[in-house]
Design a protein around this ligand. Structure first.
Ligand code: NAD
Length: 492
């Protein structure tokens, strides 16, 4: 079985403990590679390397345009190897090859965009109220950044952190999910090939508590960029607060997909299916609550079932597959347990409702696309993130009630609104509490547009100009150009 070492200070190395752990193919349920199992010692080595690169290495001597050119080069290398990287992602996390190829083909745009932004990060000369001073600001990199990523889209979510961090001039220690470390270890080879000096990007593999914990606590780290569950995000935020680290947290969701009677029915059905069954529902932006206006409920549900029932499950490495396996065994069990919870709460099962045993699913961790109707918004199935192909349908009467239900949840990551009325679209976009609102579309993202959560869905933004400021701190410089000396005992 192939073994993957971790990457510290420009070298591929074993874990200091010499231990390895297996990574699994969700389609077969079998291990396919081994990965170095790091611990606090490896975390410290990586942070020391990143700190040295930030403070005294050649990286610290590069100007912003040079940093931008390196990112551009990295983007070109990812574009060159997109197919290979996508195939590794599929083997490790079971997502569809069609989706992962699209993600990997798009990923270079984050490198190009933030590469272009690197030398446009500017301070300002402030027109002061006080005479005799020049006051200006500098936007300086925070320092060592720890990027902690989940298993659902490992490289794309890494790029969302790494590109703005490198554009800002930070250095990184990356901790990929223990379920999907391999693509990040392949990606870091491109960092080396692009010409990044040793220590600028390091990858420490291993488990959350063993590696992620010590990284978050490390006193030389200045920022944590985390994507994952809200429970771990909360723990990380608390631990990071002890040393006043900055954080970006991209957490879970329970996003409403809201369909009004005046919507184009076919488009809305398509968007609802894409919102919950694409990526097997394992996406933070899953539209897991379908809010349908009473007057069209039955007709809409009929069309929805017709489309959902013909979804093709199977081998994620085949282009024609539409729904792949659940990525990990514990996640598979969690999804099934939520199906039981919904049944016990009295939700009405319309389709699916258990493991998928179709022959094309082999021995993989498959769950049948599942739809529940008659869901009350206070039920657990409507309030808690399942992170699987399970949709809850809730009826509403009018706009007021739709807004009330949409917002009656502790998350606020995304929302979909389906309507033919532009005024309603604008009102809904204003009133729904979510970091992203899609009107007559769903699951669209761009490197140009800020992404992040309201409420318990997160802190900070990734992508767009906002993202680079998450890796910068502002310094105010005062120069006395002839100001009167004044009374030394009062504020100048
Ligand atoms: P997870 O929280 O279990 O793990 C994420 C990462 O955190 C992994 O690398 C893990 O090893 C690490 N980790 C775990 N405990 C840690 C600790 N105590 N200290 C430091 N690091 C620790 O999440 P997951 O199961 O990999 O991913 C699924 C979750 O991610 C879902 O809740 C989903 O909604 C969320 N998600 C959010 C977004 C977004 O952008 N908002 C995108 C994708 C996924």
């Amino acid at each position: 079985m192939h073994r993957y070492q971790m990457y510290i200070d420009g070298k591929f190395v074993d874990a200091s403990s010499g231990k390895w752990f297996a990574t699994f193919n969700p389609f077969t349920g079998e291990p396919w590679a081994e990965v170095a199992q790091g611990d606090a010692k490896d975390a410290d080595r990586a942070v020391q390397a990143a700190h040295k690169a930030f403070t005294e290495g050649p990286w610290s001597q590069l100007n912003a345009s040079q940093r931008g050119m390196l990112l551009h080069r990295l983007g070109e290398l990812v574009a060159r190897d997109a197919k290979k990287l996508a195939e590794i992602e599929v083997r490790d996390n079971g997502k569809l090859i069609a989706e992962m190829q699209a993600q990997l083909n798009y990923l270079p745009q984050w490198c190009y965009y933030f590469g272009g932004l690197a030398d446009k990060i500017q301070g300002a000369a402030i027109p002061l109220d006080k005479k005799g001073y020049l006051n200006y600001t500098r936007h300086e990199p925070l320092g060592v950044v720890v990027a902690i990523t989940p298993w659902n889209s490992p490289l794309l979510l890494l790029a969302w952190k790494l590109a703005p961090a490198l554009a800002a001039g930070c250095t990184l220690v990356v901790k990929p999910s223990e379920h999907t470390s391999v693509s990040t270890l392949e990606f870091v080879k491109l960092i080396e090939e692009a010409g990044y000096p040793p220590g600028v990007v390091n990858v420490v593999t291993g488990f959350g508590q063993d590696v992620g914990g010590p990284l978050v606590e490390h006193p030389l780290v200045r920022k944590i960029a985390f994507t994952g569950s809200d429970a771990n995000g909360r723990a990380i935020n608390q631990a990071a607060a002890k040393t006043f680290k900055r954080v970006t947290l991209e957490l879970g969701g329970k996003s409403p997909n809201i369909v009004f009677a005046d919507a184009k029915m076919e488009d809305a059905v398509n968007g609802v299916v894409s919102g919950i069954f694409a990526a097997t529902g394992q996406t933070c932006i899953a539209g897991s609550r379908l809010l349908v206006q009473e007057s069209i409920h039955d007709a809409f549900v009929e069309k929805l079932l017709a489309l959902a029932k013909i979804a093709r499950l199977g081998d994620p490495s085949k282009m024609e597959t539409q729904v792949g396996p659940v990525t990990t065994r514990p996640q598979y069990e969690k999804v099934l347990s939520y199906i039981d919870i919904a049944k016990n709460e009295g939700a009405k099962l319309l389709m699916g409702g258990g493991p998928a045993t179709r022959p094309e699913c082999g021995s993989g961790w498959f769950v049948e696309p599942t739809i529940f109707a008659g869901v009350q918004n206070r039920m657990r199935i409507a309030q808690e993130e399942v992170f699987g192909p399970v949709l809850s349908i809730i009826k509403f009467k009018d706009e007021e009630e739709a807004v009330a239900i949409a917002n009656d949840v502790r998350f606020g990551l995304a929302a979909g609104v389906w309507t033919g009325d532009i005024g309603r679209a604008i009102r809904m976009a204003e009133r729904v509490q979510a970091g992203t609102v899609w009107v007559n579309t769903y699951r669209a993202v761009s490197y140009l547009s800020p992404f992040g959560g309201y409420k318990d869905s997160g802190v900070g933004r990734e992508s767009g100009i906002e993202a680079v400021h998450e890796y910068l701190q502002v310094k105010s410089v005062w120069i006395n150009a002839g100001a009167p000396t004044g009374n030394p005992f009062i504020l100048r």
